[in-house]
Structures are given as structure tokens and as C-alpha cells.
Ligand binder design. Structure first.
Ligand SMILES: [Zn+2]
Ligand SMILES: [Zn+2]
Length: 316
């Protein structure tokens, strides 16, 4: 995993202004942002699942952007809703315009609001190109583009905090792409020590032994655009409490072979895998603009078994 950083000075990097005057300006900007957070420049839908809030919008060839405030991260930057500005950590699945076009706007707005530079993870193959795009915008807009672009590849692991870690898995699309799993991690007593008394455990700990092991639970999986091979690429896709994936096509005449060649998933692919989904919530999104929501809903109702259907939420 390589980290590419656009040119910036120390003041900008920390996102903290040195002088009292600029600090006051930063506070004023944050105040204005909070007061102005009701600006609705783009559609955002919201769904709650247990302790998580899933916010976003996704339509093929239009735009995809998602955010989970409790995890302090977002997925894809096809659009940049004003309300998402406070989220600093982003995980982009691929560089198609409907998933990344808003990056200059997002980066510039955070700087304008005196917020810390965002950290944007994206497939390592596109880091250099995206960096050049931002530099070109910097020249024509004459505002500095300050952000950390972090290239990732399947198998990478990114520490978000003590409680959360993100892993990358391969997806199959027409351009370099990855999917992401956000894990909750806890330290638990090692299973082989479970029969021991508190005193014995404390003695072992004091003697320098690590009495804990890490237990991970996959909370959220976001695949981005992918042929069904991406669903099958990582067991955590089917195990995550919340799965956000794509179902670009549902109509029988949109032949599966063609769809797979273009790197998308069809309702039939979901049906074929019906027994594998252990997820509590499955969000299907990124519908083709050719479809009406009511028709997608009718097809899902007619084709998918009830046990799967009742966990599915259509994001249209
Ligand atoms: Zn897309
Ligand atoms: Zn795409």
C-alpha cells in the first residue's frame, strides 16, 4: 500500500491554522458549515440498521456515494453532498466517473471550510492519474487541492481506529477495482485460557504472556461495481452484517454474458447465490437508468425466495 501526497505545507497537512486570526477564521468556517449543513445539493437516502446509519445514493452511470457516520467513513465519490463534507476517510472502489467525479469538489470544499485534508483510498493503479487530475484542477481553479491519496490493492488492510479495520478484496469490473470490508475488532480472552481463574489469568499476564486474542466481526461490506465473481471473492461479503452491493440489471433480456463482460451483477446472479447470503441486511443498488423502481421491486418480489427477500432493501 503506497501513500501519495499532493504538495502541501505543514500548516495545511495538520489542517490546523497557526495564527490566532486564521484559527478564528477556521472556527467561523466550521460554525458556518454546521449552520449550513441543511444545504441539500444532492439526493441522500438514509437507512438505520442497529447502531449504523447508512446514507447515500447510487444509480448506474449517474452517481454513487455512501456514508456511514458512526464508522466515520464513506464509499465512492460520484457526488459530494454538502452533508458528507465532515467525513474525512473515503474508500473508492474504482475510477469510473459515476464513482469518483466529485473528488476535486470534495477536496476543495474541505479546504475552503478549513477542515483537515481528506484521506482517500483508491485502487493503486489510478493514484497517479487522479493526482494529475487534481493538479490540473489546481491550475485552472487556482485553489490548492490538498489530500492524501492512498493506493490500495486486494489483500490490503487499513487501520481506521482501535476498534475498526478495513480490508480490500478483488472485484471484477472493466477497470481496476476493489471492494471493502469494515471490521469491528475486539480483544477477547484466549479460548484455551477460558477455564482459568481470574488470579491465574492475572499471573500469566503479569508474567508477560498475551492472554488475549483478536476477534473480528465483519460489519459492512461495500462491493462497488462488480460482476458476481466479486461477491464470491471473499467470504466476508456474505458474512458482513450489512452488505451494500450492486444489481445493475434485472430484465431477462439483458443477457448475463453481456453483463458479466461489462462487470455488473444481474438479479439471476443474486438468485443463484440465495443460500449463501448470511447478511442481516442486503442493500441492492446501482440500478440501470432504464429501470423504474417499481419494476425492479416487482422482479425481486417474484424471483427471490422469502428468506432472502425480507433482508433485502432496494436502494432506488
Ligand atoms: Zn457505476
Ligand atoms: Zn463502474
Amino acid at each position: 500500500m503506497g501513500s501519495e501526497t499532493l504538495p502541501m505545507n505543514h500548516e495545511e497537512r495538520g489542517g490546523v491554522c497557526r495564527s490566532g486570526q486564521t484559527r478564528a477564521l477556521a472556527e467561523l468556517s466550521r460554525f458556518v458549515y454546521k449552520r449550513a449543513a441543511m444545504i441539500k445539493n444532492l439526493p441522500v437516502r438514509t437507512l438505520n440498521h442497529k447502531a449504523l446509519t447508512i446514507e447515500g445514493y447510487s444509480r448506474a452511470a449517474v452517481q454513487s456515494y455512501w456514508r456511514i457516520p458512526e464508522l466515520k467513513l464513506g464509499f465512492d465519490l460520484g457526488g459530494s453532498p454538502w452533508s458528507f463534507l465532515g467525513t474525512r476517510h473515503w474508500f473508492v472502489t474504482h475510477a469510473h466517473l459515476d464513482h469518483l467525479a466529485a473528488i476535486p469538489v470534495f477536496v476543495a470544499r474541505r479546504r475552503m471550510m478549513k477542515m483537515e485534508p481528506p484521506v482517500i483510498h483508491l485502487p493503486q493503479e489510478v493514484v497517479e492519474g487522479v493526482q494529475r487530475i487534481l493538479q490540473a484542477w489546481q491550475r485552472v481553479d487556482r485553489g490548492r487541492m490538498v489530500c492524501d491519496l492512498v493506493g490500495v490493492k486486494p489483500g490490503d488492510e487499513i487501520e481506521l481506529s482501535r476498534e475498526h479495520v478495513v480490508t480490500c478484496f478483488p472485484t471484477r469490473h472493466t477497470v481496476p477495482s476493489v471492494g471493502y470490508v469494515v471490521w469491528d475488532r475486539r480483544k477477547k480472552l484466549r479460548p484455551d485460557l477460558q477455564g482459568l481463574s481470574q488470579n491465574e489469568i492475572r499471573e500469566r499476564r503479569l508474567a508477560g504472556e498475551d492472554v488475549t486474542h483478536e476477534v473480528r466481526v465483519p460489519l459492512v461490506c461495500y462491493t462497488g461495481d462488480t460482476a458476481p465473481a466479486g461477491l464470491d471473492a471473499d467470504p466476508a461479503v456474505y458474512q458482513a452484517q450489512v452488505l451494500i452491493t450492486e444489481m445493475t440489471f434485472y430484465r431477462p433480456e439483458h443477457r448475463k454474458e453481456k453483463i458479466h463482460k461489462f462487470g455488473h451483477t444481474h438479479l439471476d446472479d443474486i438468485l443463484e447465490r440465495a443460500n449463501r447470503f448470511q447478511n442481516e441486511l442486503i442493500i441492492l443498488s446501482h440500478f440501470s437508468t432504464r429501470y423504474l423502481e417499481k419494476n425492479v421491486r416487482a422482479a425481486v418480489e417474484a424471483k427471490l425466495p422469502a428468506a432472502l427477500r425480507e433482508r433485502i432493501h432496494l436502494w432506488a
